[in-house]
Write a protein that binds this ligand. Structure first.
Ligand code: AMP
Length: 186
């Protein structure tokens, strides 16, 4: 059984930064669906061609495509000890797709990154100066927040009902935030 830990939170909350650190410390795979999609775009695959304009606008890539990509990724050897999902699930159908594979890949914990919106916008705009990410623009950020509130935030309730939610105050010192998360890993 390979347990999945989910990092859930609005864009710019620092999920990726923490996921990389925790995954390497605890020997888990780090699966960022955003990174995977960006790799598809760079490699000019069919999926990349579909995803590019959707991502630039800040919209979500379709559930079917993202779910298929994720399930295939979970089949890799490096997921045997478990994985951190960074940016997946983002919708209820995506969360339900994980229920379908829970015998092999049960979701054990869900970390909700909490940062207020004003701070997030500043962080993302700052990141945009160096990240080269074509979706780190003011226009796209606005759409990404709306989608987060509408489609992704309801997942907190979904996982709360399963008693899996850990809320993380994701403002301030990166090492402190790291320790707040790491103490829930074993
Ligand atoms: P991220 O790097 O997680 O901020 O993701 C960047 C973009 O990739 C998002 O704004 C979406 O367009 C797309 N994306 C990443 N993960 C998902 C997902 N789970 N479902 C749908 N779209 C996604």
């Amino acid at each position: 059984m390979s347990e999945l830990k989910i990092f859930l939170g609005p864009p710019g909350a620092g999920k990726g930064t923490q996921a990389i650190k925790i995954a390497s410390e605890f020997g888990l795979a780090h699966i960022s669906t955003g990174d995977m999609l960006r790799a598809h775009i760079n490699n000019k695959t069919d999926l990349g061609k579909i995803a590019k304009s959707v991502m630039d606008e800040g919209q979500l890539v379709s559930d079917d495509l993202v779910i298929a990509m994720l399930v295939e990724r979970l089949g890799s050897d490096d997921c045997k000890n478990g994985a951190i999902l960074d940016g997946f699930p983002r919708t209820l159908p995506q969360a339900k797709s994980l229920e379908d594979i829970r015998n092999k890949f049960p979701v054990s914990k869900v970390f909700v990154f909490e940062v207020d919106e004003e701070e997030l916008v500043q962080r993302i705009l700052l990141r945009g100066q160096t990240s080269g990410r074509s979706d780190d623009t003011e226009e796209s950020i606005k759409v990404r927040f709306e989608i987060y509130t509408q489609d992704t935030e309801p997942l907190i309730d979904f996982y709360n009902q399963q008693d899996k939610v850990f809320r993380i105050d994701a403002v301030g010192d990166i090492d402190k935030i790291y320790h707040d998360i790491a103490k829930h890993f074993n």
